[in-house]
Design a protein around this ligand. Structure first.
Ligand code: HPA
Length: 275
């Protein structure tokens, strides 16, 4: 066990709480999830010994344990991107902490550009698979990766069972939810050129973003089941020809936030009980 795990276990025990089965990375579109949660425990990353050193300085973030409907979840409120530091350690450390604490599932959301011409801003894509285009890997050098395998299998990087649940519920949502697609994870932070988007399209990508891939790799190394979804916030570069802006990304997220929260809340209730 690592220092952050010991510390969080103690925090949970003090309050008579136990580790829930499901963890969530509260990425774009789900930041407001904590408003809907009945929160039992909130721990700033900077207060967690052994974690603070690896998180980006001054990066606000916390673990929150609480309930959504009938389900208890442990959320990472505040996510770190590779482009912020050029270092994978701040991304690896909190995911590894969740896995070693005993969370068995990880739900991840992100904002992404639509590469697939059938996708419009405001749509959601369930992630079926990914392309790691970041030019590195969070497991490189085994820095802080514990006892997991050096060469984790990535055949079912996104759990087919959880994806099936997510697909099942998609029709009940007010969102337009595409029932599977490939997410290309780029290093960023510049957006892509139209030629790069054409390349990604040729390679089989449906959506493009700057997160999720490292978290998913680490979670797989720890044996966690991952379910992921992308909010399509814009047409990827060159798809319609308009320039991209962060403002557009933020505005699109705001339009779907309530529906995405509702969808994720229902999905969490549907996850089968684990033994
Ligand atoms: N490219 C990369 N990352 C993104 C995009 C995009 O078009 N939109 C939101 N995040």
């Amino acid at each position: 066990m690592t220092e952050p795990v010991d510390y969080l276990e103690e925090q949970l025990q003090t309050k008579g709480l136990s580790t829930p089965e499901t963890a969530m990375v509260l990425g774009s579109g789900l930041g407001g999830m904590t408003d809907e949660m009945e929160i039992d425990l909130s721990v700033s990353y900077e207060d967690v010994p052994g974690l603070s050193a690896s998180t980006v300085e001054g990066h606000a973030g916390r673990f929150v344990l609480g309930t959504v409907g009938d389900v208890t979840v442990l959320g990472m409120d505040g996510r770190v991107h590779y482009y912020e530091s050029g270092d994978m350690a701040p991304i690896v450390a909190p995911i590894r902490t969740l896995g070693e604490l005993g969370c068995q599932r990880l739900l991840i959301t992100n904002a992404a550009g639509g590469v697939n011409a059938d996708f419009d801003p405001g749509d959601v894509m369930l992630i079926e698979d990914h392309l790691n285009m970041m030019g590195t890997n969070p497991l490189l050098g085994r820095a802080g990766l514990g006892d997991g395998p050096m060469f984790p299998d990535m055949t079912n990087a996104y759990s087919p069972d959880l994806l099936a649940e997510a697909r099942d519920l998609a029709g009940d949502s007010d969102l337009t939810i595409h029932d599977g697609g490939v997410y290309a994870g780029m290093m960023g932070p510049s957006y892509e050129t139209p030629a790069e988007i054409e390349m990604l399209d040729t390679l089989g990508a449906d959506a493009v973003g700057m997160s999720t891939v490292p978290e998913t790799i680490v979670a797989n190394q720890l044996g966690m089941d991952v379910v992921g979804m992308s909010t399509i916030t814009n047409y990827a570069a060159g798809v319609v020809g308009d320039p991209l802006s962060h403002e557009e990304v933020v505005e699109t997220i705001e339009t779907i936030e309530d529906d995405l929260r509702a969808y994720v809340s229902t999905l969490l209730q549907r996850f089968p009980e684990l033994e």
